[in-house]
Design a protein around this ligand. Structure first.
Ligand code: BGC
Ligand code: CA
Length: 273
């Protein structure tokens, strides 16, 4: 049974992360970082377009917002890295750290129409690399369990791509289509991976989350009472709870939902620069 787990309606809840018994998520358009510990829900305004967050090895969170990466802790908000040559047609969108602690984050065209976006990675020594160009709405990111593949979504393509991934160098190559969702209503948005190596992909405009095998077969789906399903992550005491964020486009949109599953998720990585 799917349960609504927050009462405060957001505009664009996104980027859920489970870390140390706490669910974190953002409201991109309100610029807020939200924390849900037990049933205590708190939030703080951090900046504009707060697009993703991840736990930081040195404590606190790393947040992508505005034109950069910021450390958010009890001591406040400090700049880690700001992008010098920023393209004003874009804003940051989904981001996630890999097993080596690098922060991967994409940008999207503010009009959601033109391929002005890119995928970046912030590496050790605070070196920023642009790894993909010509992206329209950079979205979900995930790695397979042995870190030999990276999965990636540019939403308007309606595809989940698979790249060969080199964990030690952080390079991606050999793009392939894992699954083509052209026949589906909506577009793929955020995603996560479970302990069996299957992806869970939120379908924005489709009101559902689908489960995709490593061969690209759609093996299951969870219906959500809000059509703009934005992202997913596993958490809870036994890592079997799937948390689902949604956007505020109708009565039941703009909340976070939770559903118990039979399958365990995997822990998120901490970032380290
Ligand atoms: C973005 C939204 C966009 C949606 C669908 C989300 O990740 O934040 O602005 O409409 O993806 O592509
Ligand atoms: Ca997203």
């Amino acid at each position: 049974m799917l349960k609504k787990i927050v009462n405060k309606k957001g505009i664009l809840y996104e980027g859920p992360v489970w870390f140390k018994d706490t669910l974190y998520f953002v409201d991109i358009l309100k610029g807020e970082v939200h924390t849900l510990r037990g049933d205590k829900h708190t939030w703080i305004k951090v900046g504009t377009y707060v697009s993703s967050l991840q736990p930081y090895k040195r404590g606190g969170l790393v947040v992508t917002a505005d034109k950069g990466f910021y450390h958010v802790s009890e001591e406040g908000v400090k700049t880690i890295y700001e992008v010098k040559e920023w393209d004003n047609r874009n804003r940051f969108n989904d981001g996630k750290c890999d097993a080596m602690g690098r922060y991967w984050v994409g940008t999207m065209n503010l009009e959601e129409k033109y391929p002005t976006g890119a995928l970046f990675v912030l590496d050790k020594g605070l070196i920023l690399r642009k790894v993909l160009e010509g992206i329209t709405i950079s979205n979900g990111l995930a790695w397979n369990l042995d870190n030999t593949k990276m999965y990636y979504i540019d939403s308007p393509t309606k595809k989940v791509f698979e790249f060969a991934f080199n964990l030690s160098t952080g390079e991606i190559r050999d793009r392939k289509i894992l699954v083509d969702l052209t026949r589906f209503q909506g577009v793929p948005d955020g995603m996560t991976i479970d302990s069996e190596g299957y992806l869970w992909v939120a379908i924005y405009g489709g009101g559902k989350v689908i489960r995709v095998s490593p061969k690209g077969e759609i093996v299951g789906e969870i219906k959500v009472p809000a059509s703009h399903t934005t992202s997913v992550t596993f958490g809870g005491n036994d890592m079997r709870t799937l948390f689902i964020t949604t956007a505020n486009d109708e009565a039941e949109g703009g909340y976070v939902y939770a559903v118990e599953t039979d399958i365990k998720g995997v822990e998120s990585f901490e970032c380290e620069f």
